[in-house]
Design a protein around this ligand. Structure first.
Ligand SMILES: Cc1cc2nc3c(=O)[nH]c(=O)nc-3n(C[C@H](O)[C@H](O)[C@H](O)COP(=O)(O)OP(=O)(O)OC[C@H]3O[C@@H](n4cnc5c(N)ncnc54)[C@H](O)[C@@H]3O)c2cc1C
Length: 371
């Protein structure tokens, strides 16, 4: 059998991590990316954190997710990319004695990940009057730099082609397993939608990707912080006295751009944490692809078996994308015949399955689905 060819639509962290997995296993990938300035990956802080939420519980599948992320950067072909991965503790100041007591409890449950700072740290820089909780095995990935360098490695050493283009439904001929773009026919064994929050995911049924807008700012000041500070907002050290600060979580928004409402939320939160003066040097926004059950959207269409979905990574694209690339690829390539309901796209499948007419492209399918 010849080399199989997969087409991926979307070159954020989801599409690129999946592409890396597929080419590493010997198949060919063509990836189309429209280069949206509002993509989540282009605007993310890139943090990974094995502890989630106010109660400081372990993130869902933390061990597997961290293991997959670490394994990716240990893969010899991708090892040079580890310079974009910054391992750094996250420090969460306690806001009350009850938070301190709660911290003692959770620390006892996960001593390998957590430690307590009993004394305030760097009080001239930020407020933490009764110490805080420090989380280990955390850090951040410089996603834009990482994606650029990963693309270079894939193009140089693997069967990988990158096309800067927006694929529309009328370009996709599913029954013939081809995309026609710019007068060229691209035949595929599988087509994977990795489009983040973009609506095209709803091509075949009402797959609920809920767009969530996040705004952040970059600041500089005369100080350094040797960890990621997390206190309602995060203050992430970028080096050279610069910091990434974020982020808002906006479920309702009328445009994808940074705005004054977001800026106010961020500066008010920052002023309540930071004791040192700072200057704002950038303000940005991106759209996260979230889901209502906070689990990713990974899987294969029940009838059109060549069509796959890889999205819904919400606030955790860094932690989730390496692990789920392997999950989806193992399923597509037949190494694994089972996807768990928790993340399988079929958990949202409730509509009548529409048969695909011979020669139809995706636009005809949308017309068929119209009420
Ligand atoms: C402000 C902010 C802070 C964040 N902080 C963190 C964090 O600290 N840690 C973390 O893990 N996550 C964070 N996230 C979330 C993270 O960014 C996402 O989980 C992740 O980037 C999603 O990646 P994706 O590839 O699925 O989507 P995206 O990054 O949005 O990529 C989708 C890509 O598909 C392309 N595309 C869409 N439709 C088409 C089409 N028809 N044809 C061709 N191309 C198409 C787009 O141009 C885009 O490049 C943050 C997000 C924001 C906005």
């Amino acid at each position: 059998m010849g080399q199989t060819h997969y087409i991926l639509i979307g070159g954020g962290i989801a599409g690129m991590m999946l592409a890396a997995k597929i080419v590493l296993e010997g198949s060919r990938v063509t990836l189309f990316d429209s280069g949206s300035p509002h993509s989540a990956s282009g605007n993310a802080a890139g943090m990974f954190n094995p502890i989630t939420g106010k109660n400081h519980l372990q993130t869902w599948r933390a061990e597997q997710l961290l293991g997959a992320l670490e394994a990716f950067f240990e893969t010899p072909e991708f090892q040079p990319l580890s310079k974009y991965l910054y391992k750094l503790p996250i420090y969460k100041p306690f806001n009350s004695v009850s938070e301190y007591n709660h911290g003692l409890g959770v620390r006892a449950n996960t001593p390998e990940l957590l430690c307590i700072e009993e004394q305030p740290l760097m009080e001239s820089v930020f407020h933490n009057p009764i110490g805080g909780l420090k989380i280990g095995r955390s850090g951040w990935l410089d996603i834009p730099a990482f994606l650029k360098a990963l693309r270079g490695i894939l193009e140089t050493h693997f069967h990988f082609r990158y096309e800067a283009a927006r694929i529309l439904p009328e370009h996709i001929y599913l029954s013939q397993q081809k995309i026609i773009w710019d007068s060229e026919a691209f035949f595929f064994d599988g087509l994977v939608l990795c489009q983040g929050a973009e609506q095209a995911l709803k091509l075949l049924w009402d797959l609920p990707v809920i767009p969530n807008k996040g705004q952040g700012i970059k600041i500089e000041g005369e100080f350094e912080i040797p960890f990621i500070l997390s206190s309602g907002i995060y203050i992430l050290p970028l080096g050279k006295n610069r910091f990434n600060v974020g982020a808002t979580y906006e479920w309702e928004f009328s445009h994808p751009f940074p705005d004054s409402v977001g800026l106010k939320i961020l500066t008010e939160a920052l002023d309540s944490v930071l004791a040192a003066p700072y200057r704002i040097i950038d303000h940005y926004a991106g759209i996260r692809p979230t889901t209502r059950d906070r689990r990713p959207l990974v899987g294969t269409h029940p009838v059109h078996r060549c069509l796959h979905v890889f999205s819904g990574f919400g606030t955790k694209g860094v932690l989730l994308s390496a692990y789920f690339s392997a999950v989806l690829w193992d399923y597509i390539s037949g190494k694994n015949t089972f996807l768990e309901k928790e993340y399988d796209i079929l958990r949202f499948y409730h509509k009548e399955i529409i048969p695909l007419p011979e020669g139809a492209n995706m636009r005809s399918i949308i017309r068929l689905m119209a009420p």
